[in-house]
Design a protein around this ligand. Structure first.
Ligand SMILES: CC(C)(COP(=O)(O)OP(=O)(O)OC[C@H]1O[C@@H](n2cnc3c(N)ncnc32)[C@H](O)[C@@H]1OP(=O)(O)O)[C@@H](O)C(=O)NCCC(=O)NCCS
Length: 169
């Protein structure tokens, strides 16, 4: 393990992380930037299903997720971002593993996420997770382009449903 990875801290977020998260997402250049308030709420009310990775006091990774209100065994992963300086070092994989192994409450049986076809890194992240756990992936329509406001011209986002995962002891 190199020095960069040794200095990583993986933990739940708190409201004081929201500024760093906002900047991380803004600088990712590919993700939709939500409001600063949305990141505050995620880092506060949804902290049990979100993950922060920091080096020193700098946020270099963030994963937001929440349990489906109707199917609490299903976690919807909303945004995953790693700072450009720290990509391709397995940080996203570690955030997903943290989520699957350290989340309190009912066991997580399925993960869901929407992934645009052009996002190779994200596709490989989630297909790699399914492969590592030897579980299937079901891909369905998800959110089609016409569901987004006209002026945004958002790529369609097929829905990946991954599982069933074996409950972690
Ligand atoms: C997608 C993203 C979060 C991946 O983070 P990461 O920490 O670099 O990913 P990891 O190092 O854990 O790698 C996960 C897998 O993706 C692959 N991968 C990572 N970056 C890649 C790239 N640019 N191109 C192709 N594959 C890539 C890795 O090889 C690995 O696959 P493997 O298990 O088959 O070896 C990061 O690239 C990012 O922040 N992108 C901008 C934001 C974004 O698009 N988020 C996803 C949508 S919510």
């Amino acid at each position: 393990m190199d020095n960069t990875l040794r200095n990583l801290v993986i933990r739940r977020p708190n409201p004081s992380d929201a500024r760093g998260v906002y900047e991380l997402i803004r600088d990712s250049q590919t993700l939709d930037l939500n409001s600063a308030y949305a990141y505050l709420v995620l880092c506060d009310y949804f902290r049990e299903t979100c993950v922060i990775v920091e080096v020193g006091s700098r946020v270099v990774g963030f994963l937001s997720a929440f349990r489906s209100p109707l199917r609490p065994d299903t976690l919807f992963v909303w945004q995953v971002a790693v700072a450009g300086s720290h990509r391709k070092q397995g940080i996203s994989k570690r955030m997903l593993t943290y989520l699957l192994t350290k989340t309190a409450g009912p066991p997580i049986t399925y993960l869901e996420a929407t992934i645009s076809r052009s996002n190779l890194a994200s596709t490989r992240l989630f297909t790699g997770l399914a492969k590592a756990h030897d579980v299937p992936i079901e891909v369905t329509t998800g959110y089609q382009t016409e569901l987004f406001p006209m002026e945004i011209q958002h790529e369609e986002e097929p829905l990946y449903r991954i599982g069933p995962f074996t409950p972690q002891p």
